[in-house]
Design a protein around this ligand. Sequence first.
Ligand code: 5IU
Length: 264
Amino acid sequence: ATITQSYQERASLPNTSPVASYLLRLIATKQTNLCVSADVSTTRELLQLAEEVGDSICMLKTHADIINDFGPRTIQGLKEIAAKKHFLIFEDRKFGDIGSTVQKQFTAGPLQIVRWANIINAHIFPGPAIITALSQAAHKPPLLRSLLILAEMSSAGNLMTGSYTEQCVVEARKNPEFVMGFIAQRSLNEQPGDNFVTMTPGVQIGATGDGLGQQYNTPEQVIIEAGTDIIIVGRGVYGAQDKRAKAEEYRVRAWKAYEERIGP
Ligand code: 5IU
């Protein structure tokens, strides 16, 4: 059902995590279901990209561990731009260890992810305690944080299929307060009452792959045919000469696709 419901309607359904509600309202207000993946290597490039694409996105996805000079200046800059331009920050850390270790990786070290990322993601191959461990760490001190479970990947030959993906959905349903949805290639909202947010990487216009296993679909394929909610675009945007214009082009394509999907 969520496939044909509007973002606005879904924001107030029961069983929706607080961060998901906030995000769905933000998407509806800004009219953008685009997340840009900022896979750049310096703080300067990261903040400049955030400024340039900020008006066109609902979320910026980071890989803090590929920023050469990541530090307090990066964190402060990111937070300021996110507040000014109204988007959420998603650190694509892909946690995948025992509960005790992921708590430390989430809160400590040079990155201190919990301090600045509204959204994080995790694999469930270590077992469901990874969800409770991250949730605990996010809630002392109480911070509004949410988790995306990695249910499917875009890369060729990946092993996240079938019963593994199904198990991701089972664990998500048990934790609707903290788990806002999935990274997946299609909507996994299959049961009445499911209102998970699906974010899909592997989106580019005019390319089918990158020679390193990445597989691309168009915004229309993922939003209309696969029923997902947010497209994640990296090189398609930051690889362009005019990043602002390119982000706007992806925003318009993905938004039109969503409008077509929900119908009049
Ligand atoms: N990413 C994927 N596929 C996945 C997952 C994450 O591409 O299944 I999970 C990340 C990797 C990169 C971004 O940071 O999303 C996609 O970048 P490009 O649009 O440049 O391929």
